[in-house]
Design a protein around this ligand. Structure first.
Ligand code: NQM
Length: 348
């Protein structure tokens, strides 16, 4: 049986299969069919594949050398369904992004620096560029270090991810509905795209406190239905068309912080609770909350410095350059780790 060269990495709080574009079929339909057979999709346990049976572990990065001199590599993100036979390129993923630069160095697409390496990465899904900086002592990627991130046990080497010009990455504008605040079926929401299309609402308006853990939220089927109805209507207003079955927009329910952070969040991807919060999802939520008149703006307790987003497994710090009306740049520290490098064998 023919195998495919593949590396598994944890990127931030996600985990995925990383491929060189050249190691996959060029035709998107053939490629997606192969990827589903590699990951074990569709199946709630992904038992016959290398997917981890959750949205945050059913992810693929396809990496190639950049064709444009403005950046070093191209990163295409693909979200595979777990139970559904779907492969979507409608969003990017800032967590898998945390391993993309190292993968490119390991595969010889970019040279390593003597101590640290900076890679300019084009996010193919959105057309934006991110800059990733990580440790390469002696010209080798070093994944070990003493940086801890919430949602991942232990420590690893820090990866700095810098984002600029993320506004309207998918929807074309920061406020895709044209408004800071909308009413969707009686629920006040703010719809923002600063790297990820998100719908922000108050947890209390959806009948929860916003402090529930992910297991309790996952068992709340009535909540999942309400969130789906909300995001489907919001998706239309955001110009995304019919988003039933689509991974975007995400919904984030906010509540007052209670653990020393700036805001408490519970995020749904798209209706399953996120165990933490996405990277660009987090950037977009903070961007929304900084806007005067946005839903949840009154709950934000930000006293300068990085904005600490409370989520079900701890906090995500997002450093923001906000000029009073716009977030011009954002920086997030993640870690990543190579888990496996070899040949993966797809289900026939
Ligand atoms: O928003 C999950 C994740 C993500 C996306 C999701 C992400 C981002 O945690 O940049 O990282 O929102 O589906 O990997």
């Amino acid at each position: 049986m023919t195998g495919v060269r593949c590396m598994l990495l944890r990127g931030g709080t996600s985990k995925g299969a990383y491929f060189l574009a050249d190691d996959l079929p060029a035709d998107p339909g053939t490629r997606d069919d192969l990827l589903m057979r590699i990951m074990g999709t569709p199946d709630p346990r992904q038992i016959d594949g290398v997917g981890g049976a959750q949205p945050v572990t059913s992810k693929v990065a396809v990496v190639s050398k950049a064709t444009d001199p403005g950046h070093d590599i191209d990163y295409l993100f693909l979200q595979l369904g777990v139970e559904e036979p779907t492969v979507s390129d409608r969003q990017t993923c800032g967590n898998l992004l945390a391993g993309v630069g190292q993968f490119a160095v390991e595969r010889g697409l970019v040279p390593a620096g003597e101590d640290r390496t900076t890679v300019r990465i084009r996010l193919v899904n959105t057309g934006t560029v991110a800059v990733s900086t990580f440790a390469t002592p002696g010209g080798e990627v070093d994944y070990s270090g003493d940086t801890a991130i919430s949602g991942v046990p232990g420590t690893a080497a820090p990866v700095e991810l810098d984002f600029t010009e993320t506004e309207g990455s998918v929807c074309g504008s920061l406020l895709p509905t044209g408004n800071v605040r909308d009413d969707v079926g009686g629920i006040e929401v703010s719809c923002v795209d600063n790297g990820m299309p998100v719908v922000v609402a108050r947890a209390g308006d959806l009948g929860i406190t916003g402090y529930e853990d992910a297991t309790e939220l996952g068992a709340n089927t009535a909540l999942a239905e309400r969130i789906d109805a909300l995001r489907v209507e919001a998706g239309k207003l955001m110009g995304l068309g019919d988003v039933r079955g689509s991974s975007i927009p995400k919904t984030t329910l906010v509540a007052a912080p209670r653990d020393g952070g700036a805001i408490c969040t519970r995020t749904f991807i798209p209706v399953k609770p996120h165990p933490s919060i996405g990277v660009l999802g987090g950037v977009s939520v903070v961007t929304a909350l900084l806007l005067d008149g946005a839903v949840g703006h009154e709950l934000l307790e930000s006293g300068g410095g990085p904005v600490q987003i409370e989520h079900p497994s701890g906090k995500l710090a997002v450093a923001i350059e906000f000029d009073g009306s716009r977030v011009r740049r954002s920086t997030v520290i993640r870690t990543a780790r190579k888990l496996f490098d070899g040949t993966v064998f797809p289900r026939p």
